[in-house]
Design a protein around this ligand. Structure first.
Ligand code: FEO
Length: 391
């Protein structure tokens, strides 16, 4: 679905809403769909298109441009090379033969590889460079690693609009041009941050400083609604990228015959008795995005797994691998689990978490079903976590 919509004089939203998409990168659940936002800026002399759309929505973008009567595009601004924004650039270059792709040097290399765009169609811009469209000026702000190495932001000086591509985005399909329900968009933006931005939070902290120096009326990301109150999303990001953690325990578990589940049930009660907040995820049915979101703020992760085929259950391996690559600001990790005859579950899980600079709290690994002394070990682990509150 799409239709061109006016943002300011000569500035239009021309992207597409994808109400039905439920998975991104064949990995990330999208409960609220998404959008691929593309923006058209028509200066008195030149016209620029800022980011394109996913190839599935090629016709939506082209129809929007046709509806606006666009006969010439001078600049195709590529803030990011990933195909959900760049996949339609070859179509734009074919239909608008004067158009040149404006991007970072690194982005140029990636676009040549991914889309086989001819090298002579590019204009490479440095951090701080500007391009005049006549009565409108685009300024380019290099912002690498949100979430690829080539990313940049584009600032429309006269209208004070920041086109931020993935940064500040949310997978949230809505007919509203701007955020209307802050609670819903906060959740969607946090999920988005957790899934792709969190590993780069220390770099994003630097980018936020640059963004805060801009005079901003609007932040226009390439997924989800625009922010006409930019501080809303800037403050949310400042919180997420900070080193502050909440005294929360994320407990991600899988159980085959119930022994590990019995440990989890007892352990959760012990944590609650200690006054801790627990977020429990059954890895066989949980939305991985919810788990990633819980890891944005939590101080502690406890993985729980039985031993199968001599090691941890593959669902626990998946969760450990995911936590390791997402690099949340966790301070403590532990493991609980049960085995029948032996195995290396704990060792394998520990090795999977090597990226995380955390304290590994004394795990509880038991043979078979819980015995009296095992309950005491779980109580001790709950106390260990509780004693570290606020550290
Ligand atoms: Fe929305 Fe990284 O692409």
């Amino acid at each position: 679905m799409s239709l061109p919509r006016k943002i300011r004089d000569a500035v239009y939203s021309v992207g597409a809403i994808d109400w039905d998409r439920r998975l991104f990168d064949e990995l990330i659940p999208l409960p609220d769909g998404t959008s691929y936002n593309s923006y058209l800026v028509m200066g008195s002399e030149k016209t620029a298109l800022i980011d394109a759309v996913d190839p599935k929505f090629r016709n939506s973008l082209l129809t929007n441009l046709e509806e606006l009567g666009i006969k010439k595009i001078d600049y195709m601004i590529a803030n990011h090379a990933e195909q959900d924004h760049s996949g339609t650039i070859p179509d734009i270059l074919e239909i608008y033969p004067e158009a040149r792709v404006v991007c970072t040097e690194k982005c140029k290399g990636i676009l040549v590889d991914l889309l086989h765009i001819s090298e002579d169609r590019f204009i490479v811009v440095k951090d701080g460079d500007t391009i005049s469209l006549g009565d409108k000026t685009l300024r380019f702000i290099h912002a690498p690693w949100v979430h690829w190495p080539e990313t940049m932001l584009t600032y429309l000086e006269e209208d004070k609009i920041l086109f931020s591509c993935d940064l500040f985005g949310s997978h949230f399909a809505t007919s509203d041009l701007y955020v209307s329900d802050k609670c819903l968009v906060y959740e969607a933006a946090k999920r988005y941050y957790a899934e792709i931005m969190m590993p780069f939070r220390s770099l994003i902290r630097g980018h936020l400083k640059k963004v805060k120096e801009l005079d901003l009326n609007i932040i226009a990301p390439s997924h989800g609604p625009m922010y006409d109150d930019p501080n809303f999303i800037i403050e949310a990001y400042e919180d997420w990228v900070s080193d502050k953690v909440k005294d929360e325990v994320v407990l991600a578990y899988v159980s085959m015959h119930g022994s590990t589940k019995a440990m989890v049930d007892y352990f959760v009660k012990a944590l609650i008795r200690e006054g801790l907040t627990v977020k429990q995820f059954n890895l066989t049915v949980s939305d991985i995005g919810e788990l990633a979101m819980a890891l944005v703020d939590a101080s502690t992760l406890v993985l729980a797994s039985p031993t199968v085929l001599g090691g941890p259950h593959p669902s626990a391996v998946y969760a450990a691998y995911l936590a390791n690559v997402l690099r949340p600001k966790l301070k403590y990790i532990s493991f609980i689990g049960s085995y029948s005859w032996g195995g290396r579950a704990l060792e394998v899980i520990k090795n999977l978490l090597s990226n995380l600079k955390v304290e590994f709290l004394e795990p509880v690994v038991i043979k078979g079903l819980l015995r009296n002394e095992d309950y005491e070990k779980l109580d001790r682990l709950a106390r260990d976590i509780s004693e570290r509150r606020g550290e």
